[in-house]
Design a protein around this ligand. Sequence first.
Ligand SMILES: *Cc1c(COP(=O)(O)O)cnc(C)c1O
Length: 232
Amino acid sequence: MSIFENVARIREQIASAAKRAGRHAEDVSLLAVSKTFPADAIQEGYSAGIRLFGESKVQEFAGKVLLLDLRDAEWHMIGHLQTNKAAKAAELFTAVDSVDSARLAERLNSAAQQLGKKLSILIEINVGAESAKSGVAPSAPELESILQAAPGLDHLEIRGLMTVPPYRENPQDARPYFRQLRELRDRISARHLPSVGMDVLSMGMSRDFEVAIEEGSTCVRIGTAIFGDRAG
Ligand SMILES: *Cc1c(COP(=O)(O)O)cnc(C)c1O
């Protein structure tokens, strides 16, 4: 299957999942995860109508972006970001969807300020509180620190939450984790905290995006089902 056909099929699957949940397909955006794939695959995704791309390594993307000239594309950093790479990430990306500490948020904010830009961010939540995964555990004090720091982060726009749930053989078993993220979002949202937007729920990957949409995802991050298997 070509990238073009894959994108068309996924758009249909997004639409049916949204319909099943009584939601609108337009309320779910498709972010194509192009990590490990070359610039020409990204170009092909763009030709198929993709405008949101996700990358997980600053260095890798820095090399690829030089080969691309896609003016209205948005680039999302979705991988773990070390604070010492925050400045470079702020320069290259439109959004950082994997913010997991107040310190990182502060670094991104200063870098964005120096660049005279505004950076969208999501707070990554480690819903399964897995030790090997990045993200803030739902009950960790760090989540509160990020939320409280928000009014001072003029060059960041906090837009919501992101998660990668624990791996489950059956995608249906990821459902409670997606629900947990939505409920956490609703609780934060109900507090009407200054400078904290909570419209985005980024959840759902190739295997489980339909379940995630049924649970309220507004952004699915799809790699394999669009670009094919990643080497290694
Ligand atoms: C790689 C990755 C994806 C895409 O995973 P697929 O299973 O290939 O769709 C989504 N989100 C994050 C954070 C990733 O690192």
